[in-house]
Ligand binder design. Structure first.
Ligand code: COA
Length: 189
């Protein structure tokens, strides 16, 4: 998919940012963005994007439409990204796993909500019926934003991820039914 495949200017507060689909040329910027985040913010992700080959593999999967992704840029700087992992060859072809990461300096302005809503729109277009999101139990901001958008806790996995210091953390899995949530989001826009 090329950079021109999807591009949208979104006003937020007194400024605006660009939402677009990434391509392989964005690997350096994405890797640098991941390295600038607190390690704890990466813990819930199934793949560790602080490792460059993992970023390359992710962008290849986006290029092959095996997963969906969006970047948010402000004045050319990457300030957020979101993704929807799909597994069409599994027994859960109707399920997508959403991830969203907003840079520390860009949080609290509504960007996370917008990126989740846009990723939702992508999921609807792909015929996805159920979306799950995972996060560590202490990511209260993430739990709040997903709850507000209609997600409910579905599972708690004890000591499921181990950080670089060897400490284990619980993972919460939240989920929502796409049709119901899409209708609620459309009504609130
Ligand atoms: C979770 C995350 C994506 C939220 O992004 P954000 O841009 O700061 O969120 P928004 O500004 O869009 O907030 C939307 C709503 O979420 C809730 N919220 C956001 N941050 C919150 C916080 N720290 N405490 C309580 N509620 C919060 C509020 O209801 C907020 O609405 P309001 O601003 O109208 O009150 C961001 O904190 C992040 O990247 N965290 C690290 C990675 C992560 O945990 N990702 C989620 C796993 S998929």
């Amino acid at each position: 998919m090329t950079k021109s495949a999807f591009r949208k200017t979104v006003p937020i507060g007194s400024g605006e940012f660009i939402l677009r689909v990434p391509d392989v040329s964005d690997a350096d910027a994405i890797h640098a963005f991941a390295l600038g985040l607190p390690n704890h913010d990466l813990l819930y992700m199934r793949r560790d994007i602080s490792k460059r080959p993992v970023v390359d593999a992710w962008l290849e999967s986006v290029a092959k439409s095996e997963s969906l992704a969006l970047l948010a840029e402000k004045e050319g700087d990457l300030i957020g990204m979101s993704g929807l992992m799909l597994d069409r060859k599994s027994w859960s072809p109707h399920v997508g796993e959403i991830r969203v990461l907003i840079g520390a300096g860009a949080r609290g302005n509504g960007l996370g909500r917008v990126m989740i809503q846009e990723t939702f729109a992508q999921a609807v277009a792909q015929g996805i019926e159920k979306i799950i999101a995972q996060m560590t139990l202490d990511q209260s901001a993430a739990r709040a934003v997903f709850q507000e958008l209609g997600f409910q806790q579905e599972a708690l996995l004890r000591d499921h991820v181990r950080d670089r210091n060897g400490e284990d953390h619980d993972i919460v899995i939240m989920s929502c039914d796409v049709a119901g949530a899409a209708a609620r989001m459309a009504a609130s826009r």
